[in-house]
Write a protein that binds this ligand. Structure first.
Ligand code: PBG
Length: 324
């Protein structure tokens, strides 16, 4: 008889494996990004994201209702804006009559119990397709903050729960916190895109919103994928400026960053399982090269295991349907 340790004993049956399971993903952890378009009765699939649609408000309300029944309770709503409404200064982003802000008001009215997050960044409304104000080919920081402040305030006025600054301008969390507080919105939370990398994984999202930069790239504001210490600097600043959640984006190729922030900060950590990560799994599954359902569950699990308390994922509804 060999005298060896036998860790396999804890794997010998499904019942024992369940007892010793360390990490579980549930619908409580998930936040579902949704794409909104203007109009009525519109549901258009995003070409590079099978089973993900841009919805007009009436159909988005139905989608949210279906998700709530499945246990998905949190949503991040992004607007897809027609070119004719885009300009240099993202004027429509704080126009209370624009379809996005009107829709948010209606969503909160119909589903007060749902947690609704909004996106604070210029790119969906910018004729330059950048997250900041462009002047002579440069992305201006402080001038952008003023626009972000107006945008966050206009969103808060609709009754939403969390604003998500996704632009990576310096000082935006503190600036937005001040604007919100000064206007009585002390209860509106900030989920900061803390470590947002200049990643190749965002292309399907830019297809969905038609928001690709018109020139250059986003490397002067989004982080270099090679950098890790810088994520700690960003996290420290966001923490000091008053963020309620710290986000890492993308997720799958940045599990080390998720773990790093989890170990160094006591705020809840969110991971954004981005559009390209979704597209990769779907494409391989469509070809029959991977079992898409199992890969979905395994990747979500890896994010939670790395330290994510919250996962923003296009798989939210599908995951909920499967675990139901
Ligand atoms: C931009 C923004 C992006 C995403 C969310 N907000 C893309 C970008 O930086 O160009 C990407 C989300 C995804 O890929 O799923 N403010």
């Amino acid at each position: 008889m060999l005298n060896i340790q036998r860790p396999r004993r804890n794997r010998k049956s499904a019942a024992i494996r369940a007892l010793v399971e360390e990490t579980k993903v549930t619908t409580d952890d998930l936040l579902f990004p949704l794409f909104l378009i203007d109009g009525v009765n519109q549901k258009v699939e995003v070409t590079s994201m099978p089973n993900i649609y841009r919805y007009s408000l009436d159909l988005m309300l139905k989608e949210i209702e279906a998700c709530l029944k499945l246990g998905v309770k949190a949503f991040d709503v992004f607007p897809a804006v027609e070119d004719s409404f885009k300009d240099k200064t993202a004027t429509k982003s704080y126009d209370a009559n624009f379809f996005y802000l009107r829709a948010l008001r209606e969503i909160k009215k119909q589903f007060p119990e749902a947690c609704i997050m909004t996106d604070v960044a210029m790119d969906p409304y910018s004729s330059d397709g950048h997250d900041g104000l462009v002047k002579d080919g440069k992305i201006l920081n402080d001038e952008t903050l003023e626009i972000l402040g107006k945008m966050a305030l206009a969103q808060a006025e609709t009754g939403i729960d969390i604003v998500g600054p996704s632009d990576m301008m310096d000082g935006r969390v503190g600036y937005i916190r001040e604007v919100l507080d000064a206007n009585g919105f002390t209860d509106v939370s900030i989920m900061s895109y803390t470590a947002k990398y200049a990643s190749a994984f965002y292309n399907p999202f830019r297809d969905a919103l038609d928001s690709a930069p018109k020139f250059g790239d986003k490397k002067t504001y989004q982080m270099n994928p090679a950098n890790k210490s810088e994520a700690l600097i960003e996290a420290e600043l966001d923490f000091m400026e008053g963020a309620d959640f710290l986000m890492v984006k993308p997720a799958l190729a940045y599990l080390d960053i998720i773990q790093l922030l989890k170990q160094n900060f006591n705020l809840p950590i969110a991971a954004y399982n981005v559009s390209g990560e979704y597209a990769m799994v779907k494409a391989a599954a469509q070809k029959g090269w991977l079992d898409g359902d199992r890969v979905m569950k395994e990747t979500l699990l890896s994010m939670k295991r790395a330290g994510a308390d919250i996962i923003l994922t296009y798989f939210a509804k599908e995951f909920a349907q499967q675990v139901k």
